[in-house]
Ligand binder design. Structure first.
Ligand code: BES
Ligand code: ZN
Length: 749
């Protein structure tokens, strides 16, 4: 198996920029292209690239386009079949070849016959042994006033050259039984004389070929005796080639002449229905076109086997993707006769069918190496349209900025334009737009064609694989982009804020691929086949997934990135809650996420479990929450566990300075003597009337002084007062190791 990944793509991509300079920089593609088989290619559908970074579909598809395959098709048409004059069997063979390739790609193929067209009189010239320059199948204009051999009575013979054939001296001695080539004259009487002389010399066939210039094979009639041998007009290339071959040695040619009386022309139409529209009644239609036929005598490699070569490569690559758009590939006959096939085709389209067209991308002459040529998108009115714009966009995606838009009909896009279908002619041409400030629209420009245009020299030598590749990337890239579904992927925060620069990845069943990053509006425009895709984006380390989104048709996919922390509702313990030692209390809390529902939630003890009230003092209770996106939150509260306090002393009392004051209290049993907070109790002088402090608090404790005792189920703190405190008031504060404080005020006598 060969895939386009073998291609020197990187080199090619760099060389694309600028367009005109591309040909020189790109020498290696054609060498790599030889002998490539395109049919039965084992490129599996929907396969992610084997190497390199995962790509979006636009990139993947242009990477799969390989102009070597186009070259191969062009060779089949222009060399194996040869000139494909409208109404001749060769036009039909071209249609059959294209149809066969399209069938192998899964297209439904129809050959359309239309006409009749004008009678065609043609000579087919081959050689049983010589390698004919320009291809093995030459075509000349058969004189209608000479013999038509038909296919079964070919004339074969050695060729002699008899100059102008105006006198016996022009003819070699052994002319009898030979095919005689002479110089074509524009004067009818000169031609008549030449033919009459050749017949009298015993010629078995006559070729009158232009002796100079860049001439097409001329058609002519004879006004004197009608010879019973085939007589034909050849182009100047034929003249040169035959003379060159004769210089090297004997040359044998084989000639048939045929007159096809009011024959039918042929179109080939390949249709690939949209996945959801197998009957082809409603899906948007994306069409690619090229013309099959060539002018008399011309192999039409550039004009326009090249267009079909590119069409078929676009068809091959796109056939690997399930599409929601209908794809049509048109090979039109009779273009050179006045866009006959394309006109016949658009006449078969109903109004409803026409309305489904996204556009028609017509390719006619899409790869000459002719240096002044550049790639043009030419429309009948000189105005841009969807088809043109999409080609510009595709060019921008591959770094090709050489495309230009101006005005021209003269190819099949005109037929589509005439029925209101957006279309454009894509052509490598030395087109000269009107001098600014004139715009293309109203005036159009002029052009110079390559010397091979409409000539027998329009052969494989007139084909540039590099320019075909650019055409594939630009036109094929535009067609692919339109044939896939247009999908807008947006990334928003859970708060609804558009997230710019969010990298979007998608796996549509064949491995992950990077679709790029969202723009300032949080959106990314991309194209996707008909598939089920998993989308992912990561913003600030937060991952958002849209799993299993069915992409069927153009649509929007929204990825909401959860940037909000989960909320923690803590009912029990409440902050500052006070529990009596040993009281049963149950933790109660929950964690909620704004997007994904319940978040992972863990507290000091599980929700619904018993709170620890077994030890007095302050306790911290923590709840941690984490949501699916990875946002974390925590909540800390403090609760207090206290003794079951019972005061056995009044809030105010009288006492005698210097005596001991008993402060009795209960703590629900014997908790040991170590129940008073360090540094306590304290007493502090206060004003007897207002209760306001008048001095600092000082510990009441000390050796031999105050003392705590326990008995009879209660505590007694014996507070030794100071004699000097006589006549003052003091508050006494007993702070316990459970954090609680208890007061009394004493009036000392
Ligand atoms: N490929 C040409 C169109 C063309 C030729 C465009 C030169 C630009 C420059 C096409 O095959 C062709 O020859 N068209 C005819 C017109 C048609 C209506 C018979 C032509 O241009 O003479
Ligand atoms: Zn042409």
């Amino acid at each position: 198996m060969r895939s386009s990944f073998d291609h020197p793509r990187r080199l090619r991509r760099l060389a694309l920029v600028g367009g005109l300079a591309a040909t020189l920089a790109l020498g290696t593609v054609s060498a790599a292209a030889g002998g490539v088989q395109t049919q039965g290619s084992s490129d599996a559908g929907l396969t992610a690239t084997a190497t390199g970074a995962p790509k979006d579909y636009d990139q993947e598809i242009v990477d799969r386009f390989d102009s070597a395959n186009s070259v191969d098709h062009i060779r089949r048409l222009a060399v194996n079949i040869g000139p494909r004059l409208n109404g001749t069997p060769q036009e039909r063979e071209g249609a059959e070849y294209i149809g066969g390739v399209l069938k192998s790609y899964g297209f439904d193929v129809t050959l359309q016959s239309w006409g009749p067209v004008s009678t065609k009189s043609v000579a087919k010239v081959t050689s049983p042994n010589a390698d004919l320059p320009g291809g093995p199948n030459w075509q000349m204009a058969a004189s209608t006033s000479a013999k038509f051999t038909g296919d079964d009575a070919a004339v074969e013979g050695r060729v002699v050259y008899a100059k102008t054939g105006q006198s016996a001296a022009d003819f070699p001695a052994d002319t009898a039984g030979k095919i005689v080539m002479m110089d074509y004259s524009t004067t009818a009487s000169v031609r008549n004389t030449a033919v009459v002389n050749a017949v009298s010399q015993g010629a078995v066939a006559v070729i009158l070929a232009h002796p100079a210039g860049n001439n097409a094979p001329p058609s002519f009639t004879l006004t004197t005796a009608q010879p019973n041998i085939p007589v034909m007009g050849g182009g100047s290339a034929h003249h040169t080639w035959i003379k060159d071959l004769l210089d090297k040695g004997p040359l044998t040619l084989r000639i048939t002449t045929n007159q096809y009386v009011n024959p039918m022309g042929t179109n080939v139409i390949g249709i690939r229905h949209a996945v959801g529209d197998p009957d082809g009644t409603k899906a948007p239609i994306v069409m690619v076109g090229a013309h099959i036929d060539s002018v008399l005598g011309a192999p039409g490699a550039h004009d326009d086997a090249s267009g079909n070569g590119v069409s078929l490569e676009i068809a091959r690559v796109l056939s690997q993707y399930p599409l929601d758009k209908e794809l049509r590939i048109g090979g039109f006959g009779g273009e050179e006769g006045g866009l006959l096939g394309a006109k016949a085709y658009v006449n078969t389209l109903t109004a409803a069918e026409r309305a489904r067209f996204v556009g028609e991308w017509q390719m006619d002459m899409v790869g000459t190496p002719y240096e002044p040529a550049r790639l043009w998108a030419l429309t009948p009115n000189g105005q841009s349209n969807h088809v043109v714009q999409e080609a510009y966009n595709a060019g921008a995606r591959v770094g090709f900025d050489g495309l230009r838009n101006c005005r021209l009909g003269q190819s099949d896009h005109q037929a589509f334009f005439d029925v209101g279908i957006p279309s454009s002619l894509f052509i490598w041409l030395d087109y000269r737009p009107p001098t600014p400030p004139a715009v293309c629209g109203p005036t159009g420009g002029t052009y110079v064609t390559e010397p091979q245009y409409h000539r027998p020299t329009d052969t494989m030598d007139n084909i540039s694989p590099e320019r075909l590749q650019i055409t594939l990337d630009v036109v094929g890239g535009a067609v692919a982009h339109n044939a896939l579904n247009a999908v807008t992927v947006s990334a928003v925060s859970d708060g609804g804020r558009p997230l710019a620069g969010a990298p979007v990845r998608a796996d549509c069943g064949n491995g992950p691929r990077d679709l790029g990053a969202t723009g300032a509006d949080g959106r990314l425009q991309t194209v996707l086949p008909h598939a089920t895709c998993d989308f992912t984006t990561t913003v600030d380390g937060r991952v958002a997934n849209e799993r299993g989104v069915s992409i069927a048709g153009d649509q929007a996919v929204k990825m909401t990135v959860d940037l909000t922390k989960p909320t923690i509702s803590l009912a029990m313990p409440a902050d500052g809650a006070v529990f009596t030692l040993g009281t049963a209390a149950t933790a109660s809390y929950r964690c909620d996420d704004d997007l994904a529902g319940v978040a992972t939630c863990a507290g000091t003890v599980p929700d619904g479990s018993a709170l620890d009230t077994s030890a007095v003092g302050f306790h911290e209770f923590t709840v941690n929450a984490t949501d699916k996106a990875g946002n974390a939150a925590d909540k800390k509260v403090t609760y207090q566990v206290v003794y079951p306090w019972k005061a056995h002393f009044p809030e105010t009392m009288d006492g005698k300075a210097g005596s001991a004051v008993p402060i009795r209290f209960g703590l629900g049993g014997d908790r040991g003597l170590d129940v008073i907070a360090a540094g306590y109790p304290v007493s502090q002088p206060v004003a007897c009337d207002s209760g306001k402090a008048t001095g600092t608090a000082e510990p009441t404790g000390g050796p031999g002084n105050s003392k705590l005792g326990y008995g009879d189920g209660r505590y007694n703190y014996v507070w030794k007062t100071d004699k000097r405190w006589s006549g003052t008031c003091r508050t006494f504060e007993l702070k316990l190791d459970d954090g609680s404080s208890h007061f009394t005020t004493i009036n000392l006598k």
